[in-house]
Design a protein around this ligand. Structure first.
Ligand SMILES: [Zn+2]
Length: 465
């Protein structure tokens, strides 16, 4: 725990609300201060660009950014060949090598644009569910841009705004005491934002989260998809009443159709998905027609086959992205580790931004069969399992899968046999399946839920070069 965190942990609750608000005031100024409105206007103005206009826009932005990287970023100056530097100056993205996470982990400052003379960049860390976190370094202007694009393309598309009271589930240390009897949130009066603790959400605490929403007039919810899904299950199981809400914008984990259905039934409002990363190298948000549009002014996104060629629409491949909005620390052809597919059809909302058909999962979420088959989205085995509150799949060996279950009342031998059969059906009858009922499934350090964990070697996947 850092010094500030341990100071916060010793404060009484009223002082914690105050500290959160003081902290909120500082961040409000950083995020919505001078320049925010102009930035918002720019994003709103680009909302209706046609695909050709986006193409021209992105080509010009890439040329500038890649050229600056070749000239002013230590890492690329050192690692790119002369011909690659030439390609960069000409804006030819596809002739440049892919970028792994390790060199950024080793020295994030090597990726800063030296011509910008950034003395004190803001630092944000990736959650690091696999390996050491990456330090993402930003200017205050970039932070404001990132808020403006969220307002323009997440909040407004969902019919809400950062000006309306909202609640957020995130990895923040909100309630330092794991045994706390509540409250399980702190309120930032500056932004009218309740920070919910993802770590204290249980069947017996669910109603306190709803009371907090009611007390503070919360109108929309944002943050960890799995936390909202879990709260939704508690709402339905315990028949709790929910204050009127306008929308939920989920981040972090992928929303499955089943999760969406449960959440919309519980909260009685629409769920919109946002797909983004801490590094802000990519941004995609859901429009009113339910399609996930990629913002071409945030990052140039490619979906690639194992041999490095671009995938056709509908074909699942690895997501590789080049940061454009976050230009001070440019990550070029950065391997995010996500698997996704393009949608070839234009969206009926009329926007010209490309559409991702689906984000299938993370490369590390892949489960491998004894015959070498690789399966994504394996947690689909929990669909229509009425006695499973949460489930996690851990691949311990090619022929051994452990399934951790948080059961609800009525869970019995038949459920265990059904789960084991579903795993074997997908992989092979030779696979040994251990179904283990547990009281809870631990979250990662940042409070995220991992549906699938593979303990097999890291380099089993296709590595495009
Ligand atoms: Zn659309």
């Amino acid at each position: 725990m850092g010094k500030l965190d341990s100071l916060y942990a010793r404060m009484p609750v009223w002082a914690q609300h105050g500290a959160v608000s003081a902290f909120g005031l500082y961040w409000y100024w950083q995020r919505f201060g001078a320049g925010y409105q102009k930035s918002l206007d720019r994003y709103l103005h680009r909302d209706r660009l046609k695909p050709e206009e986006w193409g021209t826009w992105q080509m010009a932005a890439l040329k500038e950014s890649l050229g600056a990287a070749a000239d002013h970023v230590a890492y690329y100056r050192e690692h790119w060949s002369e011909s690659e530097k030439k390609a960069a100056l000409a804006g030819q993205l596809r002739d440049l090598p892919l970028l792994e996470k390790d060199p950024i982990r080793a020295n994030a400052r090597d990726f800063l644009r030296q011509d910008l003379n950034l003395r004190k960049p803001l630092v944000f860390y990736t959650s690091g569910s696999t390996g050491t976190p990456i330090a993402s370094l930003w200017t205050a202007a970039e932070l404001r841009d990132s808020m403006a694009v969220r307002e323009a393309r997440s909040a407004r598309w969902a019919g809400v705004s950062f000006r309306l009271p909202r609640a957020t589930f995130s990895g923040r240390l909100v309630e330092p005491d794991p045994m706390s009897k509540g409250p399980f949130y702190r309120f930032n009066y500056v932004e009218q934002q309740a920070y919910f603790s993802a770590f204290h959400l249980r069947a017996d605490t669910a109603r306190f989260y709803l009371e907090a929403m009611r007390k503070h007039g919360i109108q929309w919810l944002t943050g960890y998809a799995v936390s909202y899904y879990l709260l939704a299950k508690f709402i339905l199981e315990e028949k709790l009443s929910v204050p009127p809400l306008k929308a939920i914008i989920t981040t972090s984990e992928k929303v499955t159709p089943e999760m969406r259905q449960v959440m919309e039934a519980a909260y009685k409002c629409r769920v919109y998905e946002e797909y983004s990363t801490v590094e802000n190298v990519l941004f995609a948000s859901e429009c009113e027609r339910g399609k996930l549009h990629v913002s071409p002014d945030i990052g140039a996104v490619e979906i690639l086959r194992p041999d490095g060629t671009p995938c056709d629409p509908g074909e699942v491949g690895e997501v590789v992205t080049t940061s454009l909005m976050h230009y001070s620390q440019p990550f070029i052809r950065y391997r995010l580790g996500d698997l996704a597919a393009w949608d070839g059809e234009p969206c009926r909302c009329g926007r010209g931004m490309p559409v991702i058909k689906e984000v299938v999962g993370r490369i590390e979420d892949v489960v491998t069969g004894p015959d070498g088959r690789q399966l994504v989205r394996f947690h689909g085995i929990f669909i229509n399992q009425p006695h499973v509150r949460e489930g996690q799949i851990i691949q311990e060996a090619l022929d051994r899968i452990r399934v951790k279950i948080v059961p609800t009342e009525g869970f019995n031998e038949a459920d265990i046999a059904d789960i084991a059969a579903r795993v074997q059906q997908r992989l092979s009858a030779e696979v040994n399946v251990i179904v283990e009922p547990v009281t809870e499934i631990p979250r990662t350090k940042s409070g995220k839920f991992q549906a699938v964990i593979s303990l097999l070697g890291k380099n089993r996947n296709a590595n495009p070069k």
